[in-house]
Design a protein around this ligand. Structure first.
Ligand code: NGF
Length: 292
């Protein structure tokens, strides 16, 4: 039974205006997710965390901050993927030593690695750690598309328990669900949650849940009670909101809206944009439209 669909916010990382990590702001976003959003969990160190622009030490620091601040209140998944396999292994070990039970990794990217190389990467990351792995499939950003057969081969490693599926290929999602009823499938395109729910996902992980978790939770509840019309209506409002965020520059704007809510989310890190006056006005409009 998949009655308890989980909602995870992909944690953002707060930066100071000199692009150094802002620990206090990061903690405030964690607290908001626990205390206000009441998410089931946090996905640490993913795309939303701007993690591929961080040093190894900064990535470790974020895992530590999240582990301390959550203190067991919500589930945690540490995304450790890196094109530098030694870094990925180091991060996996660090996170698991801290106490993380679940890790996740984007496939190795930039170079066109063969599937065997990708499989070896996952097996090597898992070799030295006692943890479960959620594959982070995000072909639009990583450039790596995995087929059903390739997922089957990756699942030969029993530590691989699921997929964070940020992909709009619903046929593949359906095939995965049917072939692997016991694997965890977390959907990652927030604006298409309504389309993934009937396919039996175990939950969703996304950036916009940092601000929109309550609406997403209400949509899941409506869907599960059979009120598809209500679920659609909620998704429709969510999509007005999500598309407004994207139009205004997604990650910096989520942070600007956090600031309006009194959460000191700071800035995104260069080469991401610092807010322009227009972005600030746009974020205020979004805040006034959806949060007042
Ligand atoms: O930001 C992206 C880029 N995707 C996120 C999410 O799948 C990534 C998604 O929430 C994530 O969870 C992470 O690793 O941090 C979108 O931002 C959202 O649907 C708006 O398009 O694909």
């Amino acid at each position: 039974a998949r009655l308890m669909k989980k909602l995870y916010a992909a944690l953002m990382t707060a930066f100071n205006d000199d692009d150094t990590l802002n620990e206090q702001g990061t903690r405030e976003m964690i607290r908001y997710n626990i205390d206000h959003n009441r998410v089931d969990g946090l996905y640490i160190g993913g795309s939303t965390g701007e993690s591929f622009m961080l040093s190894t030490e900064e990535r470790e620091r974020v895992y530590k901050i999240a582990f301390e601040e959550t203190a067991g209140a919500v589930d945690l998944i540490a995304q450790v993927g890196s094109v530098n396999l030694i870094e990925a292994k180091t991060l996996a070990k660090y996170a698991v030593d801290l106490g993380y039970k679940t890790i996740s990794a984007v496939p190795p990217f930039y170079y066109k690695f063969s599937f065997d190389q990708i499989k070896d990467y996952y097996d090597q990351i898992l070799e030295d750690v006692d943890a479960e792995m959620i594959i982070y499939s995000i072909p639009a950003l990583s450039g790596v598309s995995l087929s059903l057969d390739q997922f089957t081969k990756l699942f030969e490693n029993k530590k691989i328990v699921g997929v964070k599926y940020t992909n709009n290929d619903f046929l593949l999602l359906q095939r995965l669900r049917a072939a692997y009823p016991e694997k965890k499938l977390y959907f990652g395109t927030d604006e298409m949650l309504i389309s993934a729910l009937p396919l039996g996902i175990d939950g969703a992980i996304g950036s916009t849940f940092n601000l929109n978790a309550k609406r997403a939770r209400a949509e899941i509840t409506a869907f599960e009670s059979g009120d598809i019309k209500k679920a659609f209506e909620i998704q429709n409002v969510s999509n007005d909101f999500i598309l407004d965020l994207i139009d205004n520059d997604l990650y910096p704007t989520i942070k600007l809206v956090f600031e309006e809510l009194g959460v000191h989310a700071g800035y995104s890190k260069a080469p991401m944009s610092k807010p322009t006056p227009e972005m600030r006005e746009g974020a205020k409009r979004i805040y006034n439209k959806y949060f007042k």
